[in-house]
Design a protein around this ligand. Structure first.
Ligand SMILES: Nc1ncnc2c1ncn2[C@@H]1O[C@H](COP(=O)(O)OP(=O)(O)OP(=O)(O)O)[C@@H](O)[C@H]1O
Length: 276
């Protein structure tokens, strides 16, 4: 059933277009057997917000994404997307691996994401999505001839071709080299600004979260330990004092103020070993 969010959303920078779906979790808990991963978590992302979720490996980031996509049921609590239980209709997800079908050409891989259109319209929509990610001229090629960054662009086109109201991004740029990663961040930001979907980005990279998000959430001990508004103009300049200040706050939260020099990429075991 529809209900009002627990607290009024703070004013945020919004994407244009107004197509986004709000996301609300109330008293959300998720356990796997005896292990409680998320505990009575409350979170409200207004429609169109770009929200990033960071936290140490295993803190429950992907679990949270799966819940808002309706892929997993909560152990306790309520999740809604646009005030409704989440369904696969309104949301799409992008993973670290592009997960393309190797036996299907690029255009056909994007067509996989189309819903409810006739053949001709579907093809036009897929071509249009490919153009938007800068691959309009690669529609007839096999995925195997594309670079890693290009494959992720195809995955992005496939995710966006259905014009989702919510896009979940699970470390989508984690496997790309640093320059491709920045290009993809810029592309994601531009498309989000144009299309106005709500974006929920899980990332190990604090600077990526700050480059893209209106708001950064730190997950820790099963709940939100920091909820930071990123009120910086876009496009953001990496290494700017504003970003550095917020990055410091997040790293202090994650590792304690003594470890200010902690790496900003929280990926996996190295950071865990160093800063456990
Ligand atoms: N299907 C499952 N069955 C049992 N345990 C699970 C399952 N899914 C997740 N977990 C456990 O829940 C915890 C959180 O997992 P999750 O994948 O959400 O973490 P994460 O923050 O996304 O981690 P990472 O940053 O390493 O990807 C982990 O301890 C994980 O082992």
């Amino acid at each position: 059933a529809a209900f009002a969010p627990a607290s009024a959303p703070k004013p945020q920078l919004r994407a244009a277009g107004g197509r986004g779906a709000s996301v609300t979790l109330r008293g959300f808990s998720k356990s796997f057997g005896p292990k409680q991963v998320l505990k009575k978590l409350d979170l409200h992302a207004p429609a169109g917000q770009f929200i990033a979720i960071v936290g140490k490996s295993g803190c429950g980031k992907s679990t949270l994404l799966r819940a808002i996509l309706g892929l997993d049921q909560p152990t306790d609590g309520v999740v809604t997307v646009a005030d409704q239980p989440p369904t696969s209709d309104s949301a799409r997800i992008m993973f670290q691996e592009p997960r393309l079908l190797p036996w299907a050409r690029v255009l056909d891989n994007v067509l996989v994401g189309v819903r409810g259109l006739g053949k001709i319209e579907a093809r036009e929509a897929a071509l249009d999505a490919l153009r938007k990610v800068g691959l309009g001229d690669r529609a007839g090629e096999w995925p195997s001839v594309l670079s890693g960054g290009q494959k992720q662009r195809v995955a992005l086109a496939r995710a966006l071709v259905s014009r989702p109201r919510l896009l979940a991004l699970d470390e989508p740029l984690g496997a790309l080299d640093a320059l491709t990663r920045i290009e993809m961040q810029n592309l994601l930001e531009r498309i989000w600004q144009k299309q106005g979907f709500t974006a929920v980005l899980v990332t190990h990279d604090v600077s990526e979260a700050l480059a893209l998000a209106d708001r950064v959430i730190v997950l820790e001990d099963g709940g939100v330990s920091l909820d930071l508004t990123v009120d910086l103009p876009r496009p953001r300049r990496r290494g700017s004092p504003g970003i550095a200040r917020l990055e410091g706050q997040i790293l202090d939260r994650l590792f304690g103020a003594a470890d200010r020099d902690a790496p900003t990429d929280l990926h996996g075991d190295l950071a865990q070993e160093l800063y456990a």
